[in-house]
Design a protein. Structure first.
Length: 93
């Protein structure tokens, strides 16, 4: 037997994960915040710029984000029924 027979597992790329910036609209749950994001997109038929509002449940391990904070969240694996995002940083208190 030779010592060079050890094999290494292939390194898996996790891919590019989406990040969004939004405002915390609820921090009443433990280790979870609800973040509202606003995106401005043209209407598909009429072309007028309209706001699209989306809410995301994000995992906040240290409970550091408070109501009204501007935060950055990143897509992650499903953590619960509704949580698919996690808090990266608090941008502004």
């Amino acid at each position: 037997m030779s010592d060079t027979a050890t094999t290494t597992a292939p390194v898996r790329d996790r891919g590019i994960r989406k990040t969004v910036v939004g405002e915390v609209v609820s921090d009443k749950m433990d280790k979870t915040v609800v973040v509202r994001t606003v995106s401005r997109v043209p209407h598909p038929r009429f072309g007028k710029i309209v706001k699209q509002i989306a809410k995301f449940h994000a995992h906040d391990e240290k409970n550091e984000a408070k109501l009204g904070d501007k935060v950055r969240i990143m897509e992650t694996r499903p953590l619960s029924k509704q949580k698919r995002w996690r808090l990266i940083e608090v941008l502004k208190h």
